[in-house]
Every structure is written in C-alpha cells, then in structure tokens.
Design a protein around this ligand. Structure first.
Ligand code: ADP
Ligand code: ASP
Ligand code: MG
Length: 406
C-alpha cells in the first residue's frame, strides 16, 4: 500500500465532467489499496475572474482581502470533488489550507510555506478517507488566509508530499509531461522522459509554467521525485529527479520563454558610489523583483542602466524610477513592455564552451536583435522583441537539435 499525492490543475477540473474524470482516476488508485491526498487548483479561468472582480472594485486591492477572495476558487473544486466521491460511495473529506494546517509567512499573494502539520490529514487517511486539499492557499500564525503566487497549487502538492513522506507525487496537467519547450508554441517540442531538478528550476524560473518554481525548490530540497503527466491519458509523463550521470551528455535540454517581462532604461545616471543602491533599494522595498541588469559607462562620469521587471510590476517600477530621477539627476527614464526573454537550459553547458555563441549567431541569422544577455552555469538568456519569440524558439529548437531523441 502506498501513499500518493496527486495534483490536478485548472483545466483538469474546469467543469463537472472534468471533475468526474478526476474522481474516476482517484477511485482507481483508491481501489488498488492506496491512500490518496488530492490537491486541486481552481477551475480553469476562475482565479483570473476573481482577480478581475477585485479590480472592478479598486485598482490596488488590499492584499489580505485579495487572498481571501482568490482562495475561494480552490474551495469550490475540493468540495465538489469530495461531494462527488461521497455521493458514489467513496468516503472523502475536503480540507482548505487552514484545515490542512499549511502554515505560511504573511507575504500575501506570494506566501511561502513554513510548516505543515499533517496530523489531521493522517487521521482522515487512517479512516480510509480520500483527502482533497485546496491548493494555492495556506494560513498565517495570526489566522489569516494567504495564497502562494500564481501556479501555487504545484507547490502545495509537493510540500504535502514532502511533509507526508508520500511514495509518489503526481502533477496532472493539460500536457503529458515536460517538453523540450512549450508544446503549445513549438510543434517539434519533444517530451522528456526525465529532467533534473536544477534544469527544471531554471526552466520554471525562466517562464515554463508547467511547474511553479517553488514546487521544484521543495522537490529538490526534500528529494521528492515528481511525475508530471496528463489527466486525459494513461501515458507516462516526465520524471523530475536528481541529476544523473548521463544527463550531462545533453548540452541543451530545453528552451523557455517569458513574455511577461518589461524593460526600463535610465540614461545619463551619475556614475558614483551608492547610486545603484539608491535605484534598486526602493524597488526591493516595494516587493518588485528586478531580473536582468546591465550598466554601460559613458564618458563624463555618466552611465546608462537597463533592467527588467515582470510586466505586472512595470507601472509601479516606472513610477518609482521617474520619482527618483529628479533626486538622482537621471536624464531620462524609458520603458518597453514589448519584450520577451528566451533562454536555453542544460546541465551539459557546464562542461562545454561555445553554446552561447551558437545561440547568438542563430538569432542573428534570423535578424533578431538581442538587447540584453544573461548567463549562468546552466543557462543563457536573451531579451528580444516580443514579436520574434515564437520564431526564436523554433530556430533554437532546430539548431540545438532538440527534436532528436536523447
Ligand atoms: P495547470 O493548470 O495544470 O497547472 P499550467 O497551465 O499551469 O497547467 O501549465 C501547463 C502549461 O505549461 C502547458 O499547457 C504549456 O503550455 C506550458 N508549458 C510551458 N513550457 C512547457 C514545457 N517545457 N513543457 C510542457 N509544458 C510547458
Ligand atoms: N488557481 C491558482 C492560479 O490560477 C493556482 C494554480 O492553479 O496552481 O494561479
Ligand atoms: Mg499551473
């Protein structure tokens, strides 16, 4: 007998028929004698709709109240699934974040799980109940509802699998695994049998939303093997696991893209000690994450500074920088929302030179201009014009021969 944590994403619980499909899958596992904890997302589109409602009330919703609102999306699906299972004779009970004792910090909208007390879930499992748990939410020591950031149900599932020492953690979604790149963008994308935690971390942080980055951090930290697969087929998906020797043989194993990026350029900034701190401290204080930063020195003790932020933070970041410009003496603040970041990822890059150059020349051959570059041991990222994203992905997929079997 095994303990299995399954997570079903929004499209897998998008309507009653889909929830019935989930119920059937759950029942099949239950009937083979396994204990089941089923983490659910909200119905597809539900979270967006709730955010939209909040924005009809105010431009800047109170963070605590927004979390209370967004958490209702998952409340709907976990109760419906438990209700459905009970009605056809399979004992089930639903738990919201606070009932599942998922304790987080109080960073509303991007809360981090600190601790999970699994006693109540265990008691329900001992009573042979199927446990459904609302993903994406937790609660603070002070008793407030929090949410874990978009896509956060993945993290709920992996964290629960770690806390329960589950035998397996299965993430069911609308694609049948992790591909070399988004299969909805590139027809030649190939499903990977396995991918290392580090590569998956990079893919997730660089825009591949198939797993939320924090879920991969948890999986790596607690060594939880994660099986990403489709809720609409029986096919084996992709295993996200510790790095194995043969993985190094592949130079580039995936391509990620992120269109939710905006660029801000400050021109003729005084080139003096302390200026960068002056520019970036208020951003940190406002909870705005700055991604790439480039500084170019000009003559005359001046410098130009360019950086990227998430599109959702763009307006606030521009406002902060425009206000600062007067104080600092920056000549101008320019912004551009029509950019995208395209990245190649692979643990094999550690031991091979020339990969970045090959990426740059492939983009150049298509006349795609690169405006920013950043690299790490296992990735190279380029900022390009957003309209060339799909083209860049297809070209890189061909050049690095990602369609060939590993
Ligand atoms: P869920 O609602 O099940 O959590 P998501 O929409 O969050 O599903 O994530 C699945 C989506 O991730 C896919 O539909 C696909 O478009 C996208 N995706 C991006 N990069 C990849 C990749 N490398 N492999 C698979 N899917 C990817
Ligand atoms: N419902 C949340 C979202 O749409 C969480 C999730 O789906 O994982 O972001
Ligand atoms: Mg998701």
């Amino acid at each position: 007998m095994a303990l299995i944590v399954q997570k079903y994403g929004g499209t897998s619980v998008g309507d009653i028929d889909s929830i019935r499909n989930v119920a059937n899958r759950v029942i099949k596992e239950y009937q083979s004698g396994n204990d089941l904890v089923v983490v659910l997302s909200a119905m597809a589109g539900a979270t967006d709709q709730l955010i939209n409602l909040a924005h009809q009330v105010t431009d800047i919703p109170d963070e605590r109240e927004l979390d209370a609102l967004l958490a209702t999306g998952e409340q709907t699906t976990v109760s419906l699934l438990a209700m459905m299972l009970n009605s056809i004779g399979f004992p089930a009970v639903s738990f919201l974040g606070f009932q599942a004792q998922i304790l987080t910090n109080d960073a509303h909208g991007r809360a981090r799980i600190q601790e999970i007390n699994v006693d109540r879930i265990r008691r329900a499992l001992e009573q042979k109940k199927i446990v459904t748990v609302a993903g994406f939410q937790g609660w603070t020591r002070g008793g407030d509802i929090t949410t874990l950031g978009r896509g956060g149900s993945d993290t709920s599932a992996v964290a629960l699998a770690a806390a329960l020492k589950a035998d397996s953690c299965e993430i069911y979604t609308d694609v049948d695994g992790v591909y070399t790149t988004d299969p909805n963008i590139c027809g030649k994308a190939r499903k990977l049998k396995k991918i290392s935690y580090d590569e998956m971390l990079e893919m997730a942080s660089l825009g591949a939303k198939v797993l939320q980055i924090r879920s991969v951090e948890f999986a790596k930290k607690y060594n939880v093997p994660v099986h990403v697969r489709s809720s609409f087929s029986e096919e084996e998906g992709t295993m996200v696991v510790r790095e194995e020797k043969d993985m190094e043989k592949v130079l580039v194993s995936g391509i990620a893209y992120d269109k939710n990026q905006a660029r801000i350029t400050l021109t003729k900034v005084p080139d003096q000690p302390g200026i960068a701190a002056k520019i970036f401290t208020p951003m940190g204080e406002a909870g705005i994450e700055v991604d790439m930063i480039i500084q170019n020195t000009r003559a005359g003790g001046l410098t130009d500074l360019t950086f990227t932020v998430a599109t959702s933070d763009y307006k606030r970041a521009m406002e902060i920088q425009k206000n600062l410009a007067r104080e600092i003496g920056t000549e101008n603040v320019y912004g551009d929302e029509n950019i995208a970041k395209v990245s190649i990822i692979g643990v094999g890059m550690r031991s091979h030179a020339g990969i970045a150059a090959k990426m740059f020349s492939s983009l150049a051959n298509e006349n795609i201009n690169i405006s920013m570059i950043s690299t790490s041991e296992i990735k190279v990222s380029c900022v390009i014009e957003e309209k060339y994203t799909e083209l860049a992905i297809r070209v890189l997929h061909d050049v690095f021969e990602l369609d060939k079997a590993d």
